[in-house]
Design a binder for this molecule. Structure first.
Ligand code: G1P
Length: 295
């Protein structure tokens, strides 16, 4: 059976986005018309994912509420003839099963993924970080490409990568590729947030992974690493160093990763999605052009 379950960690505190995230999760911030989490779910649905397990935490209830079917709202919109607004709720009917579990202590991304172990069990699975959208309007099949590769190659782990400027490698998990780097490449090793002069490349982990469930065993053994947190990158590195097979898949040039983890990249993501809006994009473009031309 092909891989159809994705774990979406959304337990992070979002402190880099305060005060916007003081009482709402960063995954519910709007990017264009939709909250980040909805873009992520739509991207995963495009790639054939049918079951989603959110790993949530304190203050994240609005994510669960968002994916509920709101019968009262539907009735109200139907009775008041608001067909357009009704159409905006189409995503509620998406054929997706939702599951939720909580990370009860903030021990890092690796620990959040480990919280999914009792529910995922012994099947291969996808991890999609809930604060990153791949592709404009989430129109990316990166996860489908990764799961296909996982199944045909017998890899233990497949990771998505994007090239980042050299002076920004310290923000990401960075790959050391084995051999030449094409759209798909062999992973020799992986290091979390290296210093600029220690980074083996500028290929940065881009928020999407496919795992053999053996990752859970490795996560259970992983000690706190960078920032005192249990790092997913470190558990992947254990698999690689023990002879496991890891593959990297590069995002296509048109397939940007929109990172909603800090204001700089959040603002850029919002502007890109808003400019692509069929109703308001052109007007916004004119507004920005006029602003930029103002002396
Ligand atoms: C996490 C991962 C890192 C990855 C990044 C973007 O870091 O630990 O390896 O490059 O996401 O996908 P964070 O942004 O949570 O610090």
């Amino acid at each position: 059976m092909s891989i159809d379950i994705a774990v979406v960690p959304v337990a992070g505190l979002g402190t880099r986005l305060l005060p916007a995230t003081k009482s709402q999760p960063k995954e519910m911030l709007p990017v264009g018309r939709k909250p980040v989490a909805q873009h992520v779910v739509e991207e995963l649905a495009l790639s054939g994912i049918g079951r989603l397990l959110f790993v949530t935490g304190k203050g994240k209830h609005s994510i669960e509420n968002h994916f509920d079917t709101d019968g009262d709202l539907i009735t109200y919109l139907r009775e008041s003839g608001r067909e357009q607004a009704l159409a905006e709720l189409d995503f509620e009917r998406q054929e997706m099963e939702y599951f939720y579990t909580r990370q009860r202590r903030q021990l890092g991304l690796g620990h959040a993924v480990l919280c999914a172990a009792p529910l995922v069990g012994k099947q291969p699975f996808v991890v999609a970080l809930g604060d990153s959208i791949i592709g404009l309007n989430a129109q990316s099949d990166i996860v489908a490409r990764m799961t296909a590769l996982f199944e045909t190659t017998g890899a233990d782990v497949v990771v998505a990568f994007e090239e980042v400027p050299r002076d920004e490698v310290f923000r990401y998990g960075i790959a050391k590729p084995r051999g030449s780097v094409d759209d798909v490449f062999d992973l020799e090793s992986l290091i979390e947030k290296p210093a600029v002069d220690e980074a083996p490349s500028n290929l940065a982990v881009a928020a999407r992974y496919v795992f053999n469930p053996v990752i859970f065993d490795k996560l259970a053994e992983t000690r706190p690493g960078k920032g005192g947190e249990i790092q997913l990158t470190d558990a992947i590195q254990t698999i690689l160093s023990e002879g496991g097979k890891g593959l990297g898949v590069r995002l296509h040039p048109h397939e940007r990763r929109y990172d909603i983890g800090n204001f700089g990249s959040y603002f850029r993501a919002f502007v890109d999605f808003a400019l692509a809006d069929p109703q308001f994009g052109d007007g916004l473009r004119e507004h920005i052009q006029a602003l930029l031309e103002r002396p």
